[in-house]
Structure formats: structure tokens, C-alpha cells
Unconditional design. Sequence first.
Length: 701
Amino acid sequence: MDARSPTGGKAAAAPVAAKKPRKTSVHGVKLSDDYGWLRADNWREVMRDPAKLPAEIRQYLEAENEYTAAAMAETKALRDELFNEMRGRIKEDDASVPAPDGPWAYSVRYHAGGQYPSFRRLPRGKDGPVQVLLDGDAMGAGKPYFAIAGASHSRDHRHIAYSLDEAGGEFYSLRVRETESGRDLPDRIDGTLPGAAWSADGGSLFYVRLDDHHRSRWVYRHLVGGDPADDVLVYEETDPAFFVGLGETQDRRYILIHAHEHQTSETHLIDAETPQAAPRCVMKREDGHEYRVEHHSGECYILTNREAEDFRIVAAPVSDPDPARWREVVPHVEGRIILALGMLARHLVRLERQDGLPRIVVRRLADGAEHAIAFDEEAYSLGLEVGYEFDTDTIRFTYSSMTTPARVYDYDMESRERSLRKEQEVPSGHEPRDYVTRRIQAPAPDGAEVPVTLLYRKDTPLNGTAPLYLYGHGAYGIAIPAAFSTNRLSLVDRGFVFALAHVRGGKDKGYGWYKAGRRDKKMNSFSDFIAAAEHLIAAGYTARGRIVAEGRSAGGMLVGAVANIAPELFLGIVAGVPFVDVLNTMLDESLPLTPPEWNEWGNPIADAKAFAAIRSYSPYDNVGRRAYPHILATAGLTDPRVTYWEPAKWVAKLRAMKRDERLLLLRTNMEAGHAGKSGRFEALRETAFDYAFALMIAGKL
């Protein structure tokens, strides 16, 4: 079937993927996958080297890219316009507020015209001289993909560890650089997670290595300047469902090894002053128990959901942190979820959310007195930074809303004075009074109230004529913040209403909100999103068939599912690296994230009920012979999180089965992974492409 543009003009014939059925039987159910051949047998090699992709698969993906380019050709001028105005809202020569640490203050800077960050430091309390530790633009020059992450300096400030990814597959190489000379040591360790943790004397470095399945599995100790072949294995995770990560307590006494999956965690401590010591487990993992650890004066301060669904804070001796020894510090309050814990010399600081809105609460350790840092806007975003130092009365936080650019404050916890350290500049101009942000509640079919955050211009008609861009995620407990975004203004200034649907599956309304949108309750995420759309229609913000829905990754599954369930509500779907082949992925335990994801979706291999539940909503498995909205799907060839063949298979099946002439486009980035193109400006081009698609189908070219 030929594709047609939204205005009726005939486009080039769409690629047709060959059907090569692969038949299996699971729990007595016969399955047939016509497009399973798009999964390269050598996918592990492809993640590291995209040139290894088999020719037949490459030919199909490139044909889809050519078709998409042709279908979007008429938006070229609009895409350039969108890119230029989005870039014009970015202060190109920009830097973070320096974070003090002993004699130095560290910051990240972008230069005018530069794509990548530079990491630098300057003497504390002085204007200079500035020392550039890592120059991202110089290091990434001429490379198709480049990402620098996890930069951390040693406690003696003599070295900086950093991680590089030059393929987009998230296999990072760990490097160590001398801060004074700028010389890289020969210590190069490939196949690691970004980031590292330093011993107290700066002589040892702890890092996490990935296995062949791209799962974080081992923690090693490396002697700075030594041969990586001599590195010592410190911890091995034997359960493929668990990820491993590193951190440190705020007082830097302990290095933390985190083992976790989506609902269970376990923490091990290594005394940073004796890095050769074996790690000690704080509490052995128990299914459903999540906890995080800080340290103060010989006690572990533990943020835990044990007997506290929305978390509480307890303390116990480091020598014996068994629950029998716990003393309660901050009790559990249902519906008030504690998100983060900061431990300083004289204060305990927590970030929490209640009724969908965040706040920071400061507790003086000496007498237990508490006060909150709160704000007046109807919806806003709040971030907490405790910095590098422990013996301080100052914390840093970032505030923004859908209309208010980000503001960075230093806050004195004793005087309660705020010092504005930085305000996000919009060089091309921004007047918050021209916009409205609102938080409304949409009734779900079962009576739940789904928060929806709105942004629109004051002069936008609210009589059902405006197109609406509806974004959602709804998985892993991720809450979508009501934060400022300069990019969204490009849609809003062209007459769109922008909306965030805070559906179940996130923790927007507490841990119970998350549990009510996962595993056998996953359908709630979809019905919440549909309820949000219907409520916005009923309230006059838009009309049926005028909504463009966007979701990325697991949010792509959300919009893929609602496209099957209620296609008539939507004008278009933008599915970014969408997790749409849920059943086949969860049946393939060789894939990087499958065992760790079973606690989120269920294990369809071992559990027939989980198999039936996933099969009932998996977007790929439920494509039908019906009319669909316009669809733009994107993929990354080296993506280890949502493999490229998921959106490719989905589009191939949709094209064979759908009964309409609306656009169906697949755009695969052949040199990048889950996050898309690297570089802050190249990423804007991808956003401009998505927005141009939405504007085109809405008749706003």
C-alpha cells in the first residue's frame, strides 16, 4: 500500500519487510513471528561495531530511513526553523555553578558552538586561574558518536577518572588522568559502567565491569598506575536480575556497592580508609525491600520501605545494622514518598513528594527540629544537591516549572536564607507571563485521579480547536517532573497545548501509584493515559483526533498500546526507541535487560499468568487490521536497552496490517544507541524532527 501525506499527496512506496515466520510454543500457546529475522544473530557484535550488521537487515533499515526522509522532505524548512529557534534558546557559553571541595571548586562548562562539556576547576573562592581537566570538544572532534560521563576526582585532587563511549552501545572505557599534567595514565579499562569510586588516599579506584550480556556484574579494585590485568575482584553479582552500581556516603567514609533490581536492593560497605578490606553487607536482600544507606558518627542512616510502603528513615550502628537495632528517625506517612536522603555534619535533608509535588525538608540533628522548603506554583520541579562536602550548613537546589526557567539556589539551613546562584538564560527571550501552567486531575475508569500538568500560551483558544501534545511514561516508578523545557515552547508557540500525563507505573503519587501500574496491573497505565486524553477533550483543551501522543522507551510501549486500544483519540504517535516487542523480549533471557525486567513486567517463561498478561497488551502482538494514527518510530542501532529490532518489527507488522493511508515512519540512527545522537546540538535536530512530524500532521507546516 502506498503512503500518503496528511494533505493527501501520494508519497513513494513504503518498504515491505519480508515475512519469515519463526514459530514457537509457550505454555501451550502457539506463537508465530513473521519479522523475527530482523534480530541480528550477532547483535552483541553490532552493539560494539555497527558495521557488523548483516547486509539484509541493514538494507531494510536504510530503505526505511530513505522512505522517512522522503515523506518528511516537505518539513525541511520547518525543521531548520525549529532547530535554529531551539538552539537560540540555549546559552551556548554556559557553566554550572562551581561546587566547592576543599581547596578547589569544580564545574562543567559548554563553549559557544561546542557540542560536548568540559570539566574544570578553579581555586576555591577565587575567579581563576581556571584549569581544564577534560575538554570534551577536543576529545570528541570528528567522531560520529562521543559521550563522556562519570567524571570524578580523587580525594587528594591529583587524578580524575572518567568514562568514554564512542559507539553509543554504552560500553564505556574507564580512563585516569593526572590533574596537574593533563596526562592520561596507561590505565584503560574497557567494558565498564560509567563512573568510579576512590579510596580515601586516592591510590585505589573501584569500578563496575559488564558481562557479555551487557549486565553490570563485577566490582573490581584497581591500583592507580597499575596493570588492569592485576585488578582485584571485590564483588560478583550472581543473580542476572540484579544490576550493580557504586557510590559513597556523603562523609566519604564508606564506598557503597549497590545491588538492585526494580523492587529489591542490597548494599555493601567498604571502608574507604582500608580499601583492601572485604565489603560488608548492611542487610541481605529480601524480595520487595528497597533501601539506601548514609553514614554519620558510626551509624547507618537507612532510607527503607520495610514496613513503610512510601519509605521511612531509620538509624542503626554500622557494626550491627540489623532491623532489631533500628531506631526510627523519620516515620512513614502514607502518600508522602521520601525520594532521597542527604546526610551532613549537622543536618539530615530529604527530598519527598506528596500530592504529586516535591519539597525539601531539613532536619537539625541536634534537636530534631524540621522545616520545609516549599513553593507556590501549581506544578513545579525540584532537585536537591548536597555537593561534595560534609561539614557544611549549605545545600544547593534547583527549581523550575513549566513556565519558569531553572534557578539554582544555595540555601543556608540555619539562617534559612536562599542565595540565587544562577538563573537559566534564554538568549532569544522568554516571558513567563505569556504562558499558563496548570495541574488538573483526570478521573480514571476505576475512580483514581490521574494528575495532568499543562502548558499553553495565554492566547491559545480552549474551545477544542487546539492540537495537543500528550507525553507519558508510566514505568519503573519514574515520575515525570513538571520542569522547564525550552524545546516545548516551539510547539506551544505554534498553538499546541502541551500536557504531561502522570499515569500509574510512576511514583508521582507514592509507591502505591507505582505498584498499581506494573505487572498484572499494567493495563492501568494505558487506561490512565486514555482517561487523561478523554478528560482533556471534555475540558475543551483539544478535540478527539487532535492529540499527538509521545512516549520514549517504556513510554513508547505506553503509546504503542494505546494506539491499539483507542486509535480514534489520536492524530499521531511519536514513539522514541519504543519498548513495543514486550513478549518476545521478556521470553529471551539472553538479552541485556530481560532478567532484570521480570520484576517489572512478570516472567512469561516461568509464569503462565504473566505470559498471558504481557501478551494481552504487548503492542507488537496486538497490532490489528484497523486504522491507526500517523506514527513516527525511532530506533538506535547500538541501543542495548531497547534493541533496534523492536521498533523495526513493529513498523513492519503495522505496515502489513493497518487499514489506513496515514503516515507510518521508522527512523533508525545507524551510529547511536538509546539516547540518540551525541552532542547537545545534534540532539536538538532529533527533537526538531519529532516536532516537525507533529506540526505537519496537525496542519501547521
